[in-house]
Design a protein. Structure first.
Length: 445
């Protein structure tokens, strides 16, 4: 049996600047919070850094060829803010902007469309020194940066993505401290979350006025919460609060112009008149990232009455210890349908980290990743059959890359990268995905 995707379903691929570009000292790029975080002993596994990463800064033509040969119609890249504005604002680094100009041209020359994301976590360190996302002024700093990028490449952009996973920037970066800038301050995290939302709203206006023909959206990692089976009765009520924190805080202001009731009190002191109207501006699509079901359990350790729990043992897991469950993906897509009024959705990230050892012939036969995609794409199709308006899918990611605090040990790519030589080798999953894209169908399911 073959399962077909809807007519016109859009296939693309996502990457992000800090995770692949490298080229750290080149051409006047400024420092980001991830440079600082990586340089702090004990923060990143193995002392890894993004200084060289996949050297995409120099090898992007080869990588764009790989995207074209895969059959991708869309490339969701991200722009590194400090490469364009080394101090976060003020003087523009012309060479940094030239790089993105060349990449976008390269995308178009290969018959693909560009969906640049303006923020995938690499904040200029100079702005962090002024408080980063916890400082309300950042909404204006982000608007200035947005305008600089829009003026240069906006004539060739099909869709803008303002943010990638603002929830991770706020909660992992400012509350849990396990991402840059490594702050563990729950109140600063609430401020950061609100300012990320505000910056999104302000950027939407800038983009609407400077590039009226381009679409605008944002990317939220949508989590489906679940209690552990043995604590179903005890912890059931916490699931809604967990989903409000991770999903509602970022979706509700955009789609409903308010914060969820369960968190409104925490946000009240930071929200000024007009903020919610600004965030509530209409967008053209929602990017949804999804990887795993989120198990939670009651906890008194932090400022929320729950914490993440290990998934039950009956799940297969990826190398991230993330449970593999296409059903949770289906539920996450239906969550968006129900919570946000069924907006047009593109899945902008999904994928699994596996060990991926090259065989004696150099090939990487990553059948576990293929099985993962089969399961998740089937979940997506079930959500579509239940009415979710899902219009496209972009695997994470083209290349193995820098997996943040976990360094290079976790490989998510459709293409294997030998970090010693920078040789790229398409994996079996690359061939699988190429067939899925070419036929617009999930074969032999
Ligand atoms: O690598 C990350 C990406 O930067 C954001 N979404 C999740 C991916 C896998 O952890």
């Amino acid at each position: 049996m073959t399962m077909r995707f809807p007519e016109g379903f859009l296939w693309g691929v996502s990457t992000s600047s800090y995770q692949i570009e490298g080229g750290a000292p080149d051409d006047g790029r400024g420092r980001s919070i991830w440079d600082t975080y990586c340089a702090t002993p004990g923060r990143v596994a193995n002392g890894d850094t993004g200084e060289v990463a996949c050297d995409h800064y120099h090898r992007y033509p080869e990588d764009l060829d790989l995207l074209r040969d895969l059959g991708a119609k869309v490339y969701r890249l991200s722009i590194m803010w400090p490469r364009v504005l080394p101090e976060g604002g003020g003087a523009v680094n012309a060479k940094g902007l030239d790089f993105y100009d060349r990449v976008v041209d390269g995308v178009l020359e290969r018959g693909m469309r560009a969906w640049p994301c303006l923020y995938h976590w690499d904040l200029p360190q100079a702005l962090q020194d002024r408080g980063g996302w916890a400082n309300r002024d950042i909404a204006n700093w982000f608007a200035e940066y947005t305008a600089v990028v829009a003026r240069r490449i906006g004539d060739r952009v099909e869709n803008w993505v303002t943010f990638n996973e603002p929830s991770v920037s706020a909660w992992a970066g400012y509350e849990e401290g396990r991402h840059a800038p490594g702050v563990s301050d729950p109140r600063a995290a609430i401020r950061a979350a609100h300012h990320l939302n505000l910056a999104h709203g302000r950027a939407v206006s800038v983009l609407r006025s400077l590039t009226p023909r381009a679409g605008v959206g944002t990317v939220i990692p949508v989590h489906k919460g679940r209690p552990l089976p043995q604590f179903k009765e005890r912890d059931g009520h916490l699931v809604a609060l967990f989903e409000d924190k991770w999903n509602g805080v970022f979706l509700d202001p955009i789609y409903h112009g308010r914060y969820p009731d369960s968190v409104a009190e925490r946000f009240a002191e930071h929200v000024r008149g007009g903020d919610l109207a600004e965030i509530h501006r209409p967008i053209d699509f929602l990017g949804v990232n999804h990887y795993f079901p989120s198990y939670i359990q009651a906890s008194q350790k932090g400022s929320w009455p729950f914490e993440h729990a290990d998934p039950p043992l009956y799940f297969r897991r990826t190398e991230m210890n993330w449970a593999i469950d296409g059903q949770a993906f289906q539920e996450a897509l239906l969550f968006v349908k129900n919570r946000c009024g069924n907006p047009p959705v593109y899945v902008t990230e999904n994928g699994g980290a596996f060990i991926d050892l090259p065989g004696p012939d150099g090939r990487v036969d990553d059948q576990d990743r293929i099985a993962y995609y089969r399961e998740y794409l089937a979940g997506l199709l079930r959500a579509v059959s239940e009415g979710a308006d899902v219009r496209g899918f972009m695997p994470w990611s083209l290349l193995d890359n820098f997996e943040w605090a976990l360094g290079y040990a976790k490989r998510f790519g459709l293409v294997h990268v030998d970090y010693r030589t920078q040789k790229r080798t398409p994996k079996a999953s690359y061939d699988f995905m190429r067939k899925v894209i070419a036929t617009n169908a999930l074969p032999g399911f």
